[in-house]
Design a protein around this ligand. Structure first.
Ligand code: ADP
Ligand code: MG
Length: 365
């Protein structure tokens, strides 16, 4: 199974002109919109084509994108598999709009819709089992800013200069030590916690975007399904990465430059990891940044969907081409389904004899 890469071209903004649009979407071999075309910046009559699992244009609604790309992963989550969902793109391409979205119901992003769907599914499961099955949802939310990890459920005053440490846990998973895990059982509760946590994010302004996020934001939702005899937990990580733009074009100075250097370093390392994996090299430089250690693409992140956010206009031409090339390599990465083993609460049972070919990892005690 490889990373599912889908492109989303955002609509033109008020300040952008129709004539400056450079991207177009075309049907792929199976008759579905899958191809993004972009002119060669050096020769306007030449075009490059990039094929993805799907390509969405300005007309796709948040609901439409959710139904097509995120809803199917929730089924896997409830079957005990881990899921990673991440947005990649230059600042101003629509990552935060896609993941978090706006306040209006129709504008809600993938994250609130994801939680809403998890709660709905949990309640249905509890109801249909007549209370014999219970579902618990625990959330962690953190950012990686200048290569340091900060808990977004903690106020900024409580941050230490080094941030939280990262450790290897059982089963080869990378975990952040000391992260809050907050129980959550309704969308209302989630929105309260999520809004409050987002106010703790490190934001700055660059020439590209007045409130651009200079950090990677990672929401981790752990769903534990328990019966009287066993319980099984699986997690979904939803990641809004920092902008992938080239430093030299954003006019960054001093402090912004320090941030940008480490943001770009982690995205640079990510690109190197993706390249090393796609070339089947033995050494993948995951450990060179915290973001790549945590994302651990192609290691044990389970079912993975990358949303490649693309701005439609000429102003982003080179960065968009770079993003498309990155995404083109990412789609070739093989990921393993991570099926979490149930923990039996009763007397020990004989080990399962089914061989499904998936990687099973022990649950944390
Ligand atoms: P990023 O997080 O990648 O920097 P944003 O999500 O902040 O980008 O989007 C940049 C601007 O474009 C914002 O004003 C946002 O509201 C708008 N935008 C992005 N995607 C869409 C969309 N699909 N529909 C409407 N507006 C969008
Ligand atoms: Mg953003």
């Amino acid at each position: 199974m490889s990373v599912r890469v889908v492109a989303r071209i955002r609509p033109l903004l008020k300040a952008e002109a129709e004539k400056d649009q450079i991207l177009s979407i075309h049907e792929g071999s199976d008759g579905k919109p899958q191809i993004v075309k972009i002119p060669n910046p050096k020769s306007q009559n030449e075009e490059y084509s990039f094929a993805f699992s799907a390509a969405y244009g300005a007309d796709i609604s948040q609901q439409g994108l959710f139904d097509a790309e995120v809803a199917p992963t929730i089924k896997h989550l409830f079957q005990g598999f881990d899921v990673t969902l991440f947005a990649y793109g230059v600042t101003g391409s629509g990552k935060t709009h896609t993941m978090r979205g706006g306040k209006l119901l129709a504008d809600r992003g993938m994250i609130p819709r994801l939680l809403s769907s998890i709660f709905r599914k949990s309640k249905a499961l509890e109801k249909s089992s007549h209370g014999k099955t219970t579902v618990d949802v625990l959330m962690s939310y953190y950012e990686i800013y200048t290569d340091k990890v900060f808990d977004l459920f903690e106020p900024p005053e409580k941050r230490t200069t080094t941030g939280l440490p990262i450790r290897e846990a059982e089963g080869g998973k990378t975990v952040v030590a000391g992260l809050s895990e907050v129980p959550c059982s309704s969308l209302k509760e989630f929105e309260f916690l999520y809004d409050k946590a987002n106010a703790n994010r490190s934001v700055g302004s660059t020439k590209l975007n007045a409130e651009s996020s200079r950090s990677h934001a990672i929401l981790r939702v752990k769903v534990t399904i328990s019966t009287a005899t066993e319980s099984r937990a699986s997690t979904i990580c939803a990641i809004d990465l920092a902008g992938s733009e080239d430093n030299r074009r954003t006019g960054n100075v001093k402090e912004r430059m320090v941030e940008s250097a480490s943001i770009n370093k982690s995205l640079f390392v990510l690109a190197q990891c993706v390249e090393a994996i796609s070339k089947k090299q033995s050494r993948i430089p995951y450990r060179e940044s915290k973001m790549t250690r945590i994302l651990s693409l192609g290691q044990n992140n389970g079912l993975t969907v990358m949303i490649l956010n693309l701005p439609p206009t000429k102003a982003f031409h080179l960065d968009t081409l770079t993003s498309l090339n990155f995404a083109n390599r990412t789609k070739k990465i093989e990921v393993r389904e991570v099926e979490n083993e149930p923990i039996f609460k009763g007397p020990p049972r004989p080990p399962s004899t089914t061989n499904t070919g998936v990687v099973r990892k022990p649950l944390r005690p």
